[in-house]
Design a protein around this ligand. Structure first.
Ligand code: NAD
Ligand code: ZN
Length: 351
């Protein structure tokens, strides 16, 4: 089959790899209908934190498709069913899965599809994929729901919602979102569900800030001065009650801590690839702030968020700017990375 393989920094290629097969009786093999390029794929593409993925590894952890083959012990889905899966691989049975922390699954050694954290599992920027523990991992997609509406439940929509939820936003709060990329934009949509009085979006990319404004945010442009100062000025000197960090670098993490009001909350979902992070600990301490961070247990959010998408309360498909054949993925990576052609979210179609 055709798949997108990692070959080095800034180098992903269309290659022919062996078709996945049923290995365990609880596996399914999906024929992928849609996959996407995620900001987390870019860390690998940039070679950030060292090359942990072997050249030739199949990329991608956002995918959905149709069950093509199911192992003899799979009960929940059958060939022909359309399903979603979360970006991390988990068994559903170990202590961590039972504690609703499937990203910490010990059975799968915390594997991520196409990923570099924990164990590496072949990814979803491909024509087919093997999904293990299918009764736990797959979520059937209702008939009539488009791939565009469903796909992001497996990663960035769940992550955006998790970020907003961890912020503990109360009605009337001022909320600032750092990063108006796909994750930040969906964190912003999710934040609106909690009834804030004002929402700010911080970035330096004009066309992304324009979409954030469409979602109800007041834009804060990074090139117009220190964002913490801008946010303080916009909130009568106090700073936002809640700051959602959706970038994944030391600078925005620091700025988030500097911006939040005393006693406020910083909720961070940006992936810190490096093993440690410098941040203003003294300021955080004397501000009495709360910090929440982490990898999203997307499995927990897929089913509960699905009706919010169906009911139009969350509109994830609005962030899609490009839909390309799988074979054009190298171009998709390049424009998403360089923010060319007004790219926000790039979808890939195998056929
Ligand atoms: P992206 O790279 O498209 O978006 C990042 C945005 O941040 C860009 O628009 C960029 O211009 C902006 N930015 C850069 N520096 C900034 C600063 N100082 N202040 C404000 N904005 C700044 O990527 P994305 O797909 O939106 O992903 C964002 C982050 O979320 C990545 O780190 C990704 O790895 C992470 N992520 C985490 C999880 C999780 O489970 N926690 C899941 C998915 C993605
Ligand atoms: Zn992702």
């Amino acid at each position: 089959m055709k798949a997108i393989a990692f070959r080095g920094v800034g180098d992903v290629r269309v290659e022919t790899v062996p078709d996945p097969k049923i290995v365990a009786p609880t596996d399914v093999v999906l024929r992928i209908t849609t996959s996407a390029v995620c900001g987390s794929d870019l860390h690998q593409y940039h070679g950030r934190g060292g090359a942990l993925v072997q050249p030739g590894a199949v990329m991608g952890h956002e995918f959905m498709g149709v069950v093509e083959e199911a192992g003899p012990e799979v009960r929940k889905v059958r060939p022909g069913d359309r399903v979603l899966a979360p970006f991390s691989v988990s068994c559903g049975r170990c202590e961590w899965c039972q504690r609703k922390l499937p990203t910490q699954c010990t059975t799968t050694e915390r594997a991520v599809f196409g990923g570099r954290w924990g164990h590496v599992w072949p990814g979803g920027q491909a024509e087919r994929i093997r999904v293990p523990f299918a009764d736990h991992m797959t979520e059937p997609v209702p008939a009539g729901m488009s791939d565009e509406d469903a796909l992001f439940l497996g990663d960035i929509l769940s992550t955006g919602f998790f970020c907003a939820e961890n912020g503990g936003i109360r009605p009337g709060d001022a909320v600032a979102v750092f990063g108006a990329g796909p994750v930040g934009l969906l964190a912003l949509q999710s934040a609106q569900l909690f009834g804030p009085a004002r929402v700010f979006a911080v970035d330096r990319v004009d066309y992304r800030l324009a979409l954030a404004a469409e979602f109800g945010a007041e834009p804060v442009h990074l090139d117009r001065g220190d964002p913490a100062e801008q946010l303080r000025r916009l909130t009568g000197g106090r700073g936002p009650d809640v700051v959602l960090e959706c970038v994944g670098h030391e600078t925005p993490f620091t700025q988030a801590i500097q911006a939040v009001r005393a006693g406020g909350t910083v909720s961070s979902v940006g992936v810190y690839v490096e093993p440690s992070l410098g941040f203003p600990a003294r300021e955080a301490f004397f501000k009495d702030l709360s910090l929440r961070m982490g990898i999203c247990n997307a499995r927990n959010y897929m089913a509960p968020l699905l009706p919010l998408v169906q009911g139009g309360k969350l509109r994830p498909a609005r962030i899609i700017t490009h839909t390309m054949p799988l074979g054009e993925a190298p171009k998709g990576y390049a424009i998403f990375d360089k923010k060319e052609d007004r790219a926000i979210k790039v979808l890939l179609r195998p056929t």
